[in-house]
Design a protein around this ligand. Structure first.
Ligand code: GDP
Length: 441
């Protein structure tokens, strides 16, 4: 018999209401005993009292769900009790003393997956809905919960199955083999192109769930930390008048019109003999390589200097916006007149323009993310392997291999697609996915 599990499903701390879930064969029996309810209707809310050893525990609302019509697919009970820390733990303890054990992280959702209530992609989508940091990744995760990525995978699978069937027919009836091979090749090439494009878009779009990386660079004292603070609306970076004070990389996260950004303030980049500063500058250069967009901060009160030229040489091949800062002090704007944004990080002037420009510069990442629907590294890695196997099948065609050799790679691609949807899975994989969830989900 499967264990009966229980957990508090709402966050730790006080609240008006807390939800406690009990799942498994003994869940109804335990809840009936505690509420003294006898005959119950399923999916109906009862307002009742919880008792333990003839003492009142709490006044609660309670719902009984009957298998298979529940979140997990099992018999399940949800208790809505008062949301105090002490009371919720007392109720949970009583349930645990009555024959349930404490649920592991994500165990309710894992049971839902094992009972076929959710695909693996939908389970991952649930995690991402909870974790979503921006409107956009929330939207994509909600669409995946509705099965959008699952549908796409299904269509790849059907196409590959059709090709495999054609190969098998050709092997069995080799008379008409030339025209069959044309069909098979065309089909394989089409699906290869589709998946290749999907992988490319997904690589760019995957940032959307974790955040687009924005890096602030500029010579010491140009106002990078002040700008970071402005963007974050809080004093997270240390702002001082001594050049070279931001020696490490300081990061924060912001939302601009529903798009999530991870923003990093780097050490000022300049030629220096100071060892510690050199290390800071090395780190800045590493950050530049990782970033999707760079804000190149220039001091409008001094104009474009040799120090700026030195930095420009390092970043010119990346996606960057020249930002003339300190425009309240002067406007010596000799370079980047058209493409730059003029601001005062100190007063906040020009910040809205800068944010609009930032969104404009990462437009293609946002568009790719919206259309990719691959939202985890796991999904992307599998999709890359599918692409690799189809490519290998196509190469084997070129080498003139027999059809049955070619079908091996197609079968491998199909297996990978089954891993992606969760049709096939290992315990390890489930542990990795569900251990990210919280207890009670
Ligand atoms: P960083 O070394 O590039 O990080 O520069 P900071 O952010 O530490 O700024 C250096 C100095 O310039 C500080 O005294 C800031 O108050 C000042 N500062 C930064 N932005 C502006 C601005 O827009 N206008 C004026 N007037 N001063 C600024």
């Amino acid at each position: 018999m499967q264990d009966t599990i229980a957990a508090i499903s709402t966050p730790k701390g006080t609240g008006a209401i807390a939800v406690i879930r009990i799942d498994g064969e003994k869940s109804h029996e335990i809840a009936k005993k505690l509420t003294k309810l006898d005959k119950i209707e399923y999916r109906r809310v009862y307002y009742t009292t919880l008792w333990y050893n003839n003492e009142i525990l709490d006044d609660v609302n309670i719902v009984f769900y009957k298998t298979p019509n529940s979140y997990t697919g099992n018999d399940l009970v949800e208790i809505y009790c008062h949301g105090g820390i002490l009371i919720t733990h007392k109720v949970l303890d009583v349930i645990l003393n009555s024959g349930a054990r404490l649920a592991e992280r994500g165990e309710f959702t894992k049971r839902a997956f094992l009972n076929g209530k959710l695909s693996l992609i939908q389970a991952e989508a649930i995690y991402q809905i909870i974790e979503a940091k921006s409107e956009l990744s929330l939207k994509i995760s909600l669409e995946n919960l509705k099965g959008r990525l699952g549908e796409e995978i299904k269509s790849y699978r059907e196409k590959l199955m059709r090709i495999l069937a054609e190969i098998e027919v050709s092997i069995d009836y080799p008379d008409d083999i030339d025209s069959d091979i044309d069909m098979i090749l065309k089909g394989l090439n089409e699906i290869y192109e589709t998946i290749k494009e999907k992988v490319e878009k997904s690589k760019k779009g995957l940032h959307l769930s974790s955040g687009i990386i924005l890096t602030i660079v500029g010579k010491p004292n140009s106002g990078k930390s002040t700008l970071l603070n402005r963007l974050l609306y809080e004093d997270r970076a240390i702002v001082t008048d001594v050049p070279g004070t931001t020696r490490d990389v300081i990061k924060g996260e912001i939302d601009i019109k529903g798009v999530h950004f991870i923003i990093a303030d780097t050490a000022g980049i300049r030629k220096t003999d100071d060892m510690i500063e050199k290390i800071g500058i090395e780190r800045s250069l590493k950050e530049i390589k990782k970033s999707d967009l760079i804000l190149f901060v220039l001091d409008a009160s001094t104009g474009f200097t040799n120090e700026d030229e030195y930095i420009y040489e390092k970043i010119k091949d990346y996606n960057f916006i020249p930002v003339w800062n300190k425009c309240d002090l002067g406007k010596k704007i000799e370079r980047f007149q058209k493409e730059s944004v003029q601001i005062s990080a100190l007063s906040g002037e020009g910040l809205r323009n800068l944010e609009d420009k930032i969104l404009d510069k990462v437009k293609n990442i946002i568009e790719n993310g919206e259309s990719s629907h691959v939202t985890t590294q796991r999904q992307l890695e599998i999709l890359e392997r599918v692409k690799m196997y189809i490519k290998s099948a196509l190469d084997n065609f070129d080498f003139g291999y027999e059809l049955d050799i070619i079908s091996i790679d197609i079968r491998k691609a199909l297996e990978e697609l089954d891993l992606l949807s969760g049709k096939k899975f290992s315990e390890d994989l489930l542990d990795t996915i569900f251990s990210n969830f919280c207890v009670g989900k």
